[in-house]
Design a protein around this ligand. Structure first.
Ligand code: CTP
Ligand code: CA
Length: 227
């Protein structure tokens, strides 16, 4: 309980966080998804709530308990995640996109289970999903301070910087997912927080600890932007 009084940098602020993978159905029994565990997003939600914020977590399917004092909206697809994120976004101060959103979804969902045919090669037709963080960052009214993640396996900072600019984000958390010790499903992470002005490296530690440091840093940037 004492920690709630130590870190109140976000007291009275509303924070929306996306977390986990999305799941894009092909037919009633199959989907396209990824290995995101949701751990980083859930740790950020916990840290933001401990820092005094009121937190809405928009979560894809994961096996994690919802942190105390966090409102969780469960979604499956990218389109559902976008709708849940935009619902009430104008009242939100800070948006953090930690979800691993599927970039594409099947063009159509088959009504019945797709049967195995005689062909050796089968092709799937996919259509691009909406970009949730770019949509929020592009809002003309009620745009919150917007933070993205960049999961990269090479040229991590360069790619992160280009995403920061292309999506018009305020900050981006660059994450090297080529290292299995700090990858998608691990308990630890190490990141670099990238802004237009510079970079701050946060060395390897538990996702829980890293989330506290990230919320502290993000809050400083956010508060500076409003002063
Ligand atoms: N993101 C999002 N909606 C999408 C795709 C990504 O909100 N449809 C967000 C992620 O939550 C993350 C950031 O955008 O905060 C970067 O995601 P990433 O997958 O690294 O970037 P992409 O633009 O999808 O580029 P690529 O996968 O080609 O690297
Ligand atoms: Ca992507």
């Amino acid at each position: 309980a004492a920690e709630q009084f130590e870190h109140t940098v976000l007291s009275g602020k509303r924070v929306v966080i996306t977390a986990g993978p999305t799941r894009e159905p092909l037919d009633p029994v199959r989907y396209i998804s990824n290995h995101s565990s949701g751990k980083m997003g859930y740790a950020l939600a916990e840290a933001a709530a401990d820092a005094g914020a009121s937190v809405k977590l928009v979560s894809g399917p994961v096996m994690l308990p919802v942190p105390p004092r966090v409102e969780c909206v469960q979604v499956e697809t990218a389109e559902e995640m976008l709708a849940a994120t935009l619902d009430g976004i104008e009242a939100c101060d800070l948006f953090i996109a930690a979800a691993a959103v599927a970039d594409y979804r099947p063009v159509a969902i088959a009504e019945h289970k797709i049967k195995k045919g005689s062909e050796e090669i089968m092709e799937l037709r996919l259509v691009k999903n909406p970009d949730i963080v770019a949509t929020v960052a592009g809002l003309e009214t009620g745009r919150p301070f917007t933070v993205g993640f960049a999961a990269e396996t090479r040229d991590v900072i360069d790619y992160a910087r280009s995403k920061l600019a292309r999506k018009r984000l305020d900050l981006i958390v660059a994450n090297d997912v080529s290292n299995p010790e700090i990858g998608f499903n691990s308990d630890d992470n190490a990141v670099t927080l990238v802004s237009a002005e510079g970079e701050t490296g946060l060395p390897q530690t538990s996702k829980r600890q890293l989330a506290r440091q990230l919320i502290e840093q993000i809050a400083q940037h956010y508060l500076k932007s409003t002063s």
